[in-house]
Design a protein around this ligand. Structure first.
Ligand SMILES: [Zn+2]
Length: 155
């Protein structure tokens, strides 16, 4: 029962086949999202690198590699693709911390450019290594709670 572009336009008050299909999908999706609990809880669990569903199992298998399924509850995460959401979040957050710090250090101590280069390269690298996996876990938690997969077909 899929609607096509060639379907005749619906008359006033009449429901088209795609509208009925969309309403059914929304009802199923809303029920699934209610089962998954609050979005912020899922994101916080992901940020702590824990499974968004149970909060116990690991959400990442390696540095940035998602665990295909939770070791504790068995929830399947293999279909979720976060793509570059975590790096974008990392740039946004780390940039807003690093730049004011660099300006503060310049204002207070006026170190040489070489010192700036060494300090902020090392501090930035450390921040990326600490934050990026957490951002990835948080993105997975958000997408799982919203019942999204990250591909081009969300319904
Ligand atoms: Zn789990």
């Amino acid at each position: 029962m899929t609607a096509h572009r060639d379907d005749p336009p619906a008359r006033e008050g009449e429901t088209t086949s795609w509208e009925a299909e969309w309403a059914a999908h929304k009802a199923v999706n809303a029920a699934e999202r209610r089962k998954r609990g609050p979005i912020l809880r899922c994101m916080a669990r992901g940020f702590r690198l824990r499974c968004p569903r149970c909060g116990e199992g690991k959400v990442l298998r390696r540095f940035l590699e998602p665990n295909p399924a939770c070791d504790c509850c068995g929830e399947d995460y293999s279909a979720i693709r976060t793509d570059d959401f975590a790096p974008w979040l990392g740039i946004l957050v780390i940039g807003h911390v690093l730049v004011p710090l660099a300006i503060l250090v310049e204002t207070l101590f006026q170190p040489s450019l070489t010192a700036h280069l060494i300090i902020w390269t090392l501090v930035g690298l450390e921040m990326v290594l600490l934050f990026l996996p957490r951002a990835k876990g948080m993105a997975l938690g958000l997408m799982w709670s919203l019942n999204l997969r990250g591909d081009e077909h969300q319904h």
